[in-house]
Design a protein around this ligand. Structure first.
Ligand SMILES: Cc1cc2nc3c(=O)[nH]c(=O)nc-3n(C[C@H](O)[C@H](O)[C@H](O)COP(=O)(O)OP(=O)(O)OC[C@H]3O[C@@H](n4cnc5c(N)ncnc54)[C@H](O)[C@@H]3O)c2cc1C
Length: 415
């Protein structure tokens, strides 16, 4: 048994703690906030998108990005900063915007997604998280407005039955709420079995299960300020504002903030915040017609998921630094798009807005495993799919900490 310290009480840190306990280790989880899941895991899109991974970096994206920047309602914003981190990330992102890189990353993320789905099923069976996490598996429909984009996507459907290309009418038959839409759709790709759940409720429930475990200790409201190192330079725990915690293995899972913590050891993590927004709008049964399948509007980059009695809408990728402010212009733009696409789906006047920072790597693949510094492990950089991939990366890290081989090849997923 090892004593492990996990830094960060978001979905990645919590699932890591669970996977370590499952393997017989003792875990102290250190979270700077007084509650878990107050960062990017708070009000994200809720999609468990195991088979539609679509990394942002792709051939043609730089050109599209220029068009998006000129469109006031576009999914992207860019505020240049006098920051090395922003420019270095952008250069690496542009270098990743090539077809072969995208295809390789997609293959790796699909393998990670499949392993994550299986890992989540196991966790769900063991932890019995109950109805509060609002888990459903309605499948995912990606709708396309432009015929050329739809034709490209449909050409990639391989006939295995894992996904299906649907005409406009088939999309409406599958998801009747689309009949209300002002958008003209070229068609859609449907992936059956994809799930949605409330990430915040999942984290809260999982934390409650962790707290019942005798080998778990949660230190909420304790900020990690640095690392304990021994004479050989190995990491042997963390220094927090509530005292030091020694450990055999330290796992960095602090989302975007992992960047600054790693930098204190001279490690450069290629993470940059992609700011996104969500709206959570209440649904009144009998009055509203929400989409039941989870829907992604491909061109607008907007996700729709019914989570319990709310419609969760998530969108936008703004490169504007660490600013978490709610930009009224961006929220108004999101409201306009949502009201035009699903006008009768929920009470948008009462929608709660939220902004979060996706801890993104240039390729879109998380960084998992050894850090290069003995005693320190990484589970960071989950970007737009941290809820989806957290179950897989938690198990990979837990296996490595236990001295066993990674269950998946780590090429492209390590530092
Ligand atoms: C708008 C939006 C929509 C999204 N939609 C989806 C979706 O539909 N599906 C999906 O799979 N993913 C989605 N994501 C991505 C997902 O939310 C993130 O990838 C995921 O939440 C990252 O989890 P994390 O635990 O790494 O980070 P976080 O949730 O940010 O957790 C990091 C934790 O570390 C703590 N911390 C930081 N510094 C310290 C310190 N020094 N000491 C102690 N604790 C510290 C923080 O307080 C925080 O609680 C979305 C993200 C956004 C912003």
């Amino acid at each position: 048994m090892k004593h492990c310290v996990v830094i960060g009480g978001g979905v990645v840190g919590l699932t890591t703690a669970w996977a370590l306990l499952e393997r017989g280790h003792a875990v102290t989880l250190v979270e700077r906030d007084g509650e878990v899941a107050q960062g990017a895991s708070r009000a994200n899109g809720g999609q468990l998108s195991y088979r539609y991974v679509s990394p942002l970096a792709d051939a043609g994206v730089p050109l599209k990005a220029l068009r998006w920047l000129l469109d006031p309602d576009g999914p992207l914003r860019f505020k240049p900063e006098a920051s090395w981190a922003q420019w270095a990330w952008l250069v690496a992102f542009l270098r990743a915007c090539r077809g072969p890189v995208n295809r390789r990353t997609t293959e790796r993320l699909l393998a990670l997604g499949a392993y994550s789905q299986a890992s989540f099923a196991r966790l769900q069976a063991e932890a019995q998280l109950g109805d509060t996490i609002a888990l459903r598996s309605p499948g995912k429909l990606v709708v396309y407005r432009k015929p050329a984009e739809f034709a490209r996507a449909a050409a990639r459907v391989n006939g295995s039955g894992a996904e299906a290309a649907l005409s406009h009418d088939d999309c409406v038959a599958l998801e009747p709420a689309l009949a209300d839409s002002q958008a003209t759709l070229a068609g859609g790709i449907f992936t059956p079995g994809e799930a949605v759940a409330d990430c915040h409720a999942f984290c809260t429930e999982l934390h409650a299960r962790l707290r019942q475990h005798e080998r778990f200790r949660g230190q909420l409201g304790a900020r990690v300020d640095g690392f304990l190192t021994d004479l050989r330079g190995c990491v042997s725990g963390v220094c927090t504002d509530a005292g030091d915690v020694t450990a055999d293995a330290t796992i960095l899972a602090a989302g975007l903030h992992s960047r600054a913590l790693a930098a204190s050891l001279g490690l450069k993590l290629p993470l940059y915040p992609l700011k996104g927004y969500s709206l959570t709008a209440p649904i009144t049964p009998g009055q509203h017609r929400p989409p039941e399948v989870s829907v992604t509007d491909f061109e607008r980059k907007i996700l729709y998921a019914r989570i319990g009695q709310d419609l969760r809408v998530a969108a936008m990728a703004d490169l504007v630094g660490d600013d978490l402010g709610l930009d009224t212009g961006r929220l108004a733009s999101l409201q306009r798009s949502v009201r035009a696409t699903f006008p009768n789906a929920a009470d948008y006047d009462r929608a709660k807005p939220w902004a979060g920072l996706r801890p993104a790597t240039p390729t879109g693949a998380p960084i998992v495993g050894e850090s290069g510094i003995p005693g320190l492990w990484l589970n960071v950089g989950h970007g737009a799919l941290g809820f989806t991939f957290s179950f897989a990366t938690a198990n990979i890290v837990a296996e490595l900490v236990s001295g066993r081989a990674s269950p998946l090849p780590l090429e492209g997923l390590s530092l």
